[in-house]
Design a protein around this ligand. Structure first.
Ligand SMILES: Nc1ncnc2c1ncn2[C@@H]1O[C@H](COP(=O)(O)OP(=O)(O)OP(=O)(O)O)[C@@H](O)[C@H]1O
Ligand SMILES: [Mg+2]
Length: 237
């Protein structure tokens, strides 16, 4: 892909001596929805950590438009326009919903746009405005995920990656959250969906990458991939 917004090239990532990601490459077009599919331990989160700057790769490159962001610190990556909804939501339970959201605009650049960003988040999730002063810990799992999504939007990102956003949520809540993700995409935000659910991923994304044991083993347009071929790659069959 020539006009990729994000390009990940031949990433090697380790925890000590253990190699969790091996020569992983993928590309995300501007305003696209891409999914990274893989079973437990496939290396999805590790790859997202490398993109977000919280884990240094031992090899490979990450490019955002024309900028080589390999090894950049997280706050600079956020300022450039990449934001993440981490695995498990991870809200601060004893802080108010509003303060959780404000945490998402911690960089100097984001702080300047925080007021408008907060209004936009409240428009997207009116429930968060209603519960703005409540402790985030008092919310349901689905509502906490909405706080996590809202927080990621507070820096006015161009690209957001969602790490297993649907884990542990009821089907109706998942459907609702996916509808919001598609809405964000229509508003111009590029999306990376990290998922274990093959069916839902293929239904939502334009391009899919399947990871197995640290490697990207299959990729293609979701319309060209069958559920069977993805499932086989997913389980390494
Ligand atoms: N902090 C860590 N220290 C050591 N090994 C780790 C660490 N985090 C992950 N690993 C290992 O790296 C491999 C990839 O893990 P990773 O979390 O990236 O997988 P994943 O695809 O996100 O899985 P899941 O779907 O369960 O979240 C696994 O074998 C895991 O045990
Ligand atoms: Mg993970």
């Amino acid at each position: 892909m020539n006009n990729a917004l994000l390009k990940v090239e031949e990433i090697d990532a380790f925890y000590g001596d253990f190699q969790a990601v091996q020569q992983a490459s993928f590309a995300v077009g501007d305003k696209e929805i891409v999914s990274v599919i893989g079973t437990n331990g496939a290396g999805k989160t590790t790859l997202m950590k490398v993109i977000g700057g919280t884990l240094a790769a031992r090899g490979g490159k990450v490019r955002f438009e024309d900028t080589d962001i390999t090894g950049w610190p997280p706050h600079k990556i956020v300022d450039l326009g990449i934001s993440q909804v981490p695995e498990g939501g991870k809200v601060f339970g004893r802080m108010s919903v509003k303060d959780n959201l404000i945490m998402g605009s911690y960089t100097a650049k984001a702080r300047r746009g925080a007021r408008a960003a907060l209004e936009r988040v409240y428009e997207l999730f009116p429930m968060l405005k209603e519960k703005a002063d409540q402790d985030a810990g008092s919310l349901s799992g689905g509502q906490r995920q909405m706080v996590a999504i809202g927080r990621a939007l507070m820096s006015n990102p161009r690209l957001v990656f969602f790490d297993e956003i649907s884990l542990g949520l009821a089907p109706t809540v998942i459907k609702d959250i996916y509808a919001r993700i598609k809405q964000l995409n229509r508003e111009g935000i590029t999306i990376i969906l990290v998922e274990q659910d093959v069916k839902r991923s293929l239904r939502t994304c334009e391009t899919a990458y399947v990871m197995l044991k640290g490697k990207v083993v299959l990729s293609g347009k979701s319309t060209d991939l069958t559920e069977e071929s993805v499932s086989r790659a997913y389980f390494g069959m």
